[in-house]
Design a protein around this ligand. Structure first.
Ligand code: URA
Length: 293
């Protein structure tokens, strides 16, 4: 698209976003026409009878007519309702069959192709360079979900390659695994400007793809890294403290919540706590920490 047209489109997107109008980013089932009472503006307007000849009697007001606001299009599906939290389990039914491990790479590629050069949410117009799909083994038993790409990921198109990524690599290694043996993805696939937390409309719009990635990979365990991942995967807004330490479920996988590596870089004293979380995951997967050498 020409530069000028793109700038203009971005200006419109930002303008509507400031107004809180997100609806045209939504995708999904065709909406239903709702006609909520609140939307009906009962404006009383006198309506005059048909014009009469100049010499005739003065026009007489007929019954007042109700003018109603245009109906609003409301989606029938949970996906994309800005601000509404829905767990991944409640977003869509789980597939009835598993994709064979040898077909999972192709299935993931099909999802990536469908995403294309995505413009479904405002992040497409917020300076994104690369869409960060995922990294790792399409048949992994363990999946990590972070928040969204940072500058390094935006540059390379690969999740968790910056400083937080190096710490995540170390965490994976300490669990006795290689990075290539796990699957790594994020709640949103495009970098939020200045690394801000993704807006609900961005997370909800992107969720449909992460959900399908999870359904293809079908990991045994998912680790939600930080509050944003936990919030959207589980559909609850609770403190990390209250979510850590117990098993949750997500798309047939057991889900554990732990600190985001970026948080651990800021507060390394919490690494011991995160290690406890990862040890529970290791026990579940029958993994042993490698001997120190
Ligand atoms: N932080 C995230 O949540 N995801 C990344 O990919 C990188 C940093």
């Amino acid at each position: 698209m020409a530069d000028e047209a793109q700038k203009q489109l971005r200006a419109y997107v930002e303008y509507f976003r400031d107004l809180g109008v997100y609806d045209f980013y939504r995708r999904g089932e065709p909406g239903t026409l709702a006609w909520p009472a609140a939307e009906v503006a009962a404006v009383e307007e006198p309506v005059f009878a048909a014009p009469v000849a100049a010499a005739g009697p003065a026009p007489v007001a007929s019954e007042p007519r109700k003018i109603v606001a245009a109906p609003v299009l409301v989606e029938s599906v949970g996906v994309g309702l800005a601000g509404k939290l829905v767990s991944f389990d409640d977003l869509a039914p789980r597939p009835e069959s598993r994709i064979a491990p040898e077909h999972r790479a192709a299935a993931l590629k099909a999802i990536q192709d469908e995403i294309g050069d995505c413009t479904r949410c405002p992040l497409a117009y917020a300076g994104r360079r690369k869409i960060v799909f995922a990294d790792g083994d399409p048949a992994a038993r363990l999946m990590f979900v972070g928040e969204g790409p940072g500058a390094d990921e935006d540059e390379t198109g690969v999740p968790f390659v910056g400083k937080a990524g190096q710490l995540l690599n170390n965490m994976i290694q300490a669990m006795g695994l290689k990075r290539e043996e796990v699957y790594i993805a994020n709640i949103v696939k495009c970098r939020p400007p200045a690394n801000r937390v993704p807006e609900p409309v961005e997370a909800n719009t992107c969720s449909q793809f992460l959900l399908r990635q999870i359904d293809v990979v079908q990991p045994q365990v998912i680790v939600a890294l930080g509050a944003t991942a936990a919030t959207y995967l589980l559909g609850v807004k609770q403190s990390l403290a209250s979510l850590r330490g117990s098993w949750h479920s997500c798309r047939g996988a057991k889900l554990a919540v732990t600190y985001h590596p970026a948080f651990l870089l800021r507060d390394p004293r919490q690494k011991g706590e995160a290690w406890k979380d990862l040890q529970r995951v290791m026990a579940e997967l029958g993994l042993k920490a490698p001997a120190k050498g």
